[in-house]
Design a binder for this molecule. Structure first.
Ligand code: FPP
Length: 273
């Protein structure tokens, strides 16, 4: 191997040696200095995936989506990203048919138990946004156990949005601010954007740099409304159960083609404006 090739590959995860040539090619085109710190994903299209395959039950799509969850978390951990937030169950999802909600909760519970080895092997720390207290007892217990087990891990934070709504999160944070004000811990002047962000469920995490939505819908669906203010958005027509490492690497490549301006003029210093 030439010296240049060695340099190019220096940052590659060890696991990439086992990846197919096509994914290694995608990896070679990624700039390790400009990877997003935090990726957030709206995992959509499980129902359509099931229907397209002639399954009568939408839950077959959710089940198939678990492999995509595993692959996304593993790949983000291997690329040493800081956080991956997955929209697993929204506040609004409680209004789905009872049978589907029950099946989704059972799937979540199984996932929490079965993936512990995977989380530990990849140094992944589990946390949540949303209202886990809304979950059925069994799911909540397994969630607490997995959070506890992985608390010492220092790699990727896998952040599951569970019984989550963006507006709900903002209202809960506002209530916290009011409680603190009542207790004399916070003054109206002391509440700025940084202080408010610290009261959200994502406190301590970097804001998502990249928001991915599968299945082609052009909506944010009440997901991380505060946090995605400057996120780059990648929408793909691929349905979630078909979204695997190649599609994730393509999303990262798309992200690296964007120019992030945060409302500023491109390549201008403040003096020039
Ligand atoms: C949206 O697809 C998907 C969901 C509401 C649930 C996502 C859940 C999973 C991927 C599996 C569980 C996840 C974890 C982390 C255990 P949809 O049903 O709205 O699809 P459709 O728009 O095609 O009907």
């Amino acid at each position: 191997m030439s010296e240049t090739a060695t340099d190019i590959h220096a940052w590659w995860p060890e696991a990439a040696a086992e990846w197919p040539e096509s994914d290694r090619d995608r990896l070679a085109r990624l700039d390790p200095e400009r990877l997003p710190a935090h990726v957030a994903i709206i995992m959509d299209g499980n129902g359509r995936w099931a229907r397209q395959r002639g399954f009568m039950d939408r839950i077959r799509g959710h089940e198939a989506g678990i492999e995509s969850v595993r692959e996304a978390a593993r790949t983000c951990a291997q690329l040493r990203l800081k956080a991956l937030t997955l929209y697993a169950f929204s506040k609004e999802n409680w209004q789905r048919p009872v049978r589907e909600v029950t099946a989704l909760m059972a799937l979540l519970t199984r996932f929490l138990v079965n993936e512990r080895g995977e989380l530990m092997d990849n140094d992944i720390r589990l946390r949540t946004v949303g209202v886990p207290a809304d979950l059925p007892d069994g799911a909540r217990r397994e969630l607490e156990e997995s959070i506890c087990l992985t608390a010492g891990n220092r790699g990727l934070v896998l952040n599951l949005a569970l019984s989550y709504g963006g507006r709900d999160e903002i209202v809960r944070a506002a209530r916290r601010a009011m409680d603190m004000a009542r207790g004399g811990e916070l003054s109206p002047e002391g509440l700025d954007e940084t202080a408010f962000a610290g009261l959200l469920d994502t406190a301590g995490l970097p804001e998502p740099d990249l928001l991915i939505r599968t299945s082609g819908e052009m909506r944010v669906s009440n997901f991380l409304l505060w946090q995605i203010a400057y996120a780059e958005i990648h929408v793909t027509g691929v349905l979630w159960p078909d979204f695997r490492r190649p599609q994730l690497l393509e999303a990262l490549l798309d992200y690296q083609r964007r120019e992030r301006r945060y409302g500023r003029v491109p390549n201008a210093s403040p003096e020039e404006s």
